[in-house]
Design a protein around this ligand. Structure first.
Ligand code: KG4
Ligand code: ZN
Length: 362
């Protein structure tokens, strides 16, 4: 008896519609795209309210909620796009990295659809999809490109020599930037997710009021570290008795947010000086942050490089970015990896890029 995956052939005729599913963390998302990369629908259901009392994502609650939401969210995406399931030519789904229980809900649902309708399914890497979100709005980004992905789970630099070539050249050695923002907000009982709350409160604060020393890698690699900034923040909180009702809370948050932004951009522009890309891309959930966007645009504008930040809705987790990467692979790769044998993976897949090991250490 043939394996189920053997029964599915890649689409032979013109691809008209693709349905993408994303459930890697605490957003249940589905999107429909046409073959020209037009986003017909992009539905995201956040679980923020469910996890807010805990100050962070509770994995088991996340997967249980995906199980409840996945069917209505896929249906809604189809209704908004004005198409029915039998019109879908290809399915795309996030395979990892992420929470295993959450990923398995999306994967199983997508496999069920692909099997029932006998259509191909393509597995997509969540971090690469974040980067690809920039290409959904700008089809002509020049290569090589340097991409900084900043989210709650990841803070990484990628060098893209050409389309679909994602070389990891630096990543956080401890907390992700979004995680550091979320943890400080949790400590001060400001709410979850912390990034947007801090942004709002920091708007009227003085970013120069509290000093934060920026992290420096002793081996001069392009890796990030946010645990030092987090520890410094906790020390300032303790020494100054900072709490929710503290009069200078806004100054403290503006100073902390500004330090996180500086740490991110210092490293990114150091990498740019070293690798001479033609374009810069800033993406991931934290790329919604107004201070980060403004500082990035200010610094990038003084360079001769093209620069891109996806619109806010495409920065945080969504399925349109998953569909965008799937379409790019379908159009570019001779034999895209279609399979129903897809398994979920929790951590980023190792990428022993030559850039990371040699070129980027000076
Ligand atoms: O990309 P994303 O939706 O999920 C992951 O892949 O992790 O990113 C979520 C992260 C959270 O840490 C959240 O606090 C942060 O993005 N975030 C922000 C803002 N909006 C979301 N951080 C700073 N400012 C924002 N406006
Ligand atoms: Zn993400």
């Amino acid at each position: 008896m043939p394996a189920i995956s053997d029964t599915l052939d890649p689409p032979t005729q013109q691809l008209k519609y693709l349905l993408a599913i994303e459930t890697s963390c605490d957003e249940t998302a589905a999107a429909d795209l046409d073959g020209d990369f037009t986003i017909l629908s992009n539905i995201v259901l956040s679980q923020d309210e469910i996890h807010a009392p805990y100050g962070g994502v509770v994995p088991e609650l996340a997967s249980r909620q995906h199980l409840k939401s996945i069917d209505p969210i896929v249906r809604e995406s189809l209704a908004v796009a004005g198409i029915s399931l039998d019109k879908i030519d290809v399915y795309a789904v996030t395979q990892g990295p992420g929470l295993i229980g959450s990923l398995l809900v999306g994967l199983s649902f997508a496999k069920g659809l692909a099997y029932y309708f006998q259509k191909p399914l393509i597995g997509i890497d969540h971090v690469q999809a974040h980067i690809q979100s920039a290409f959904l709005e700008h089809r002509k980004i020049s290569f090589p490109a340097l991409a900084l992905i900043v989210s709650g789970g990841h803070t990484s630099l990628f060098f893209l020599k050409k389309k679909l070539r994602f070389d990891l050249i630096g990543r956080t050695r401890d907390d992700a930037a979004g995680e550091a923002l979320d943890k400080i907000a949790k400590f001060l009982e400001l709410g979850y997710p912390g990034g947007p709350v801090i942004q709002k409160l920091a708007e009227n604060g003085d970013p120069a009021r509290f000093d934060f020393a920026l992290p420096r890698m002793t081996d001069r690699s392009l890796d990030f570290s946010f645990s030092g900034l987090k520890t410094a923040a906790l020390r300032i909180i303790r020494e100054n008795g900072i709490s929710k009702g503290y009069p200078q809370l806004t100054d403290f948050l503006a100073s902390f947010e500004s330090a996180v932004v500086r740490a991110l951009l210092e490293n990114m522009f150091r990498a740019a000086d070293r690798l001479h890309p033609k374009s810069l891309i800033l993406c991931g959930g934290v790329a919604r942050n107004k201070r980060l966007r403004a500082e990035f645009e200010k610094r990038a504008a003084t360079s001769s490089l093209d620069f891109y930040i996806p619109s806010p809705k495409l920065c945080t987790d969504n399925a349109a970015m998953v569909g965008g990467l799937a379409l790019e692979k379908l159009k570019s790769e001779k034999k895209p990896p279609f399979s129903l044998d897809l398994d979920a993976y929790p951590r980023s897949r190792p990428n022993p890029s030559p850039e990371r090991s040699a070129k980027n250490r000076d």
